[in-house]
Design a protein around this ligand. Structure first.
Ligand SMILES: NC(=O)c1ccc[n+]([C@@H]2O[C@H](COP(=O)([O-])OP(=O)(O)OC[C@H]3O[C@@H](n4cnc5c(N)ncnc54)[C@H](O)[C@@H]3O)[C@@H](O)[C@H]2O)c1
Ligand SMILES: O=C(O)C(=O)C[C@]1(C(=O)O)C=C[C@@H](O)C=C1
Length: 366
């Protein structure tokens, strides 16, 4: 018999998982969300087979339930699950960016029929809502699962099978490990990105043209400051103590840097920058990790109508698929740099050759 999957919270992540599951399995998909427009959109665009407004009733129908609401709302949904009586096995997972409070809440589910496996796809975007959902969002990403000791291998396999179509790589982490690692690599950088934007905004009072000068570097480092504030506020408070520790570390490090300037210690400053460069470059090696392993080609193009289209068509003629395109710097009449991210080294070399043959100036990611 066809199994039923309930997705509770049909935003960017829940919607993307629903699309992916629909594309890759024949499971019957039910969608639940507190936003009626989201439910209408999901049904109209056939992201799910059925929508419901009664969470408890839908849970009783489901074989698998994916909780994809904001972290604190996911905890509230888990609290509801503690009081629902199910008469068939139910496998529950979530997608929350913070794991410890989720696993703690789930430990209060006492029914023998229910298995909870914490989950977190390490991919997303600064966009939110169902309209931004994409079935291929998790391709090449790390998908963290936090099964506890009581989780059977059958249940784990069932969840892994469901997620197979995402083409992500499953990594098992315990919740504490997860929360520390994601704070360093994901949560804390969001706080810093927002603080850099605030700094620019303050200085704009003195220099009105600051936004005009905000070129590649500033845009690169602050892209994530355009993310969903409600989601990040929730994450920071759910992972508060680690964020506080990292903030303290950061303040100390900034104080050290300040001292290097005060004491004119150019050698230490150089070493600081060089060590950061070496570590950052190492993250981009061709193994999968928090930073996806793409093969980049940088192309110098003029900001003229059709320039982007010409580059893309050139590669498309040779069936080279581009994983990601980013314009790093582009001002009217001035050359700009286009970053093409490709899926294999073969595509990277072939694209580079084609572009050079057609008169483009290129550079490969080392
Ligand atoms: N955005 C990312 O980059 C990203 C990446 C990985 C994991 N996550 C995690 O995924 C979860 C969802 O984030 P998102 O980016 O999809 O957010 P989103 O704002 O795009 O979607 C959240 C959805 O949950 C719905 N919702 C809110 N309260 C609800 C409730 N009580 N019951 C049911 N639905 C409810 C909202 O209406 C919305 O449709 C969060 O826990 C977040 O930490 C986000
Ligand atoms: O790509 C982005 O914009 C993201 O912010 C994705 C990102 C991240 O920090 O890497 C954000 C939150 C998640 O929990 C996982 C992934």
């Amino acid at each position: 018999m066809t199994k039923t999957v309930l997705v509770a919270g049909l935003g960017l992540i829940g919607g993307s998982l629903a699309i992916n599951i629909k594309e890759n399995t024949d499971y019957h998909l039910i969608g639940f969300d507190v936003n009626s427009q989201t439910l209408d959109y999901s049904l109209k665009n056939r992201i799910v087979d059925e929508v419901v407004t009664d969470f408890k009733k839908a849970v009783k129908q489901a074989d698998i339930c994916i909780l994809a609401a904001p972290v604190s709302k996911t905890i509230e949904l888990i609290d509801q699950l503690k009081h629902i009586v199910v008469d068939k096995p139910l496998l529950i997972t979530d997608v929350s960016s913070v794991k410890k409070p989720i696993i703690e809440a789930a430990s209060g589910i006492t029914s023998d029929m229910i298995t909870f496996i914490g989950g977190h796809p390490m991919a997303g975007s600064h966009k939110k809502g169902i309209e931004a959902a994409k079935g291929h969002l998790f391709e090449n990403a790390i998908y963290i699962l936090s099964p506890d000791d009581s989780c059977s291998s059958k249940n784990l396999r069932e969840l892994e099978n469901l997620l197979k179509g995402t083409r992500s790589t499953i990594l098992k982490l315990d919740p504490t490990e997860h929360d520390e690692m994601t704070s360093v690599i994901s949560h804390f950088p969001h706080l810093i990105a927002s603080s850099l934007v605030h700094q620019a905004k303050k200085w704009q009072k003195k220099h009105v043209n600051i936004p005009t000068l905000a070129a590649g570097g500033f845009r690169d480092i602050t892209r994530i400051a355009s993310s969903n504030p409600a989601m990040w506020q929730d994450i920071f408070f759910q992972n508060k103590s680690i964020i506080q520790d990292l903030l303290e570390d950061w303040v100390n490090e900034m104080t050290d840097l300040k001292k290097l300037l005060e004491t004119d210690d150019k050698i230490s400053m150089y070493q600081y920058l060089e060590q950061a460069r070496e570590y950052r470059d190492g993250l981009d090696t061709k193994k999968k990790g928090a930073i996806p392993s793409f093969y980049d080609v940088y192309v110098d193009i003029f900001d003229q109508t059709g320039a982007l289209l010409k580059v893309v068509s050139l590669l498309a003629q040779k069936d080279i698929s581009i994983k990601n395109i980013e314009i790093l710097e582009m001002r009217e009449g001035i050359t700009g740099v286009l970053r093409l991210s490709l899926l294999s080294q073969k595509d990277q070399i072939e694209s580079n050759r084609l572009l050079i043959e057609n008169g483009y100036e290129t550079m490969l990611q080392e």
